[in-house]
Write a protein that binds this ligand. Structure first.
Ligand code: DQA
Length: 141
């Protein structure tokens, strides 16, 4: 069974309430249940933190044993060299995910410190971005 760690960063605990015109109405917990049904043959572990160091600790913890990590680092995407270094420090491939199309938004969201350290990026498909990322991990050769 493939094991995938999903990591959500700051403010993503408020999905469903937070800026619904940008991020939709669904809570991540509800969506996660759907993902678990859809990918019943995989183990999906979920972690969310609003703190940069806790995200780094989770990357270190999962980063040598899982089959893939699906990471939405929220605004840390655009600021965190430390998270980028953590991604470079581990062996498990990381897929960067964004719910919104960051390239259609403010210019400060156009740059990601993480992308070049990641295996790939999925951006702008709403919550479905996570499903696409999990699918990608399941198809890793
Ligand atoms: C986000 C995009 C980021 O720019 C923003 O800071 C977020 C969410 C997304 O999923 O679209 O918190 O990562």
């Amino acid at each position: 069974m493939k094991r995938i760690q999903i990591i959500n960063g700051p403010n993503l605990n408020l999905l469903g309430k937070r800026e619904p015109t940008v991020y939709g109405n669904q809570t991540f917990d509800t969506y996660l249940q759907e993902l678990k049904v859809l990918f019943s043959d995989a183990q999906l572990d979920y972690f969310q933190s609003n703190t940069e160091g806790s995200i780094i600790d989770k990357l270190h913890e999962a980063g040598f044993s899982y089959d893939g990590i699906v990471l939405n680092a929220g605004a840390y995407t655009h600021t965190s060299i430390a998270i980028a270094d953590a991604i470079r420090s581990i062996t498990v491939p990381v897929i960067e995910v964004h719910i919104s199309n960051v390239f259609k938004r403010e210019e400060y969201r156009h740059h990601s410190y993480l992308s070049e350290a990641c295996k790939g990026c999925i951006v702008g498909f709403g919550m479905d971005s996570y499903r696409l990322a999990i699918n990608a991990v399941l198809n890793f050769k």
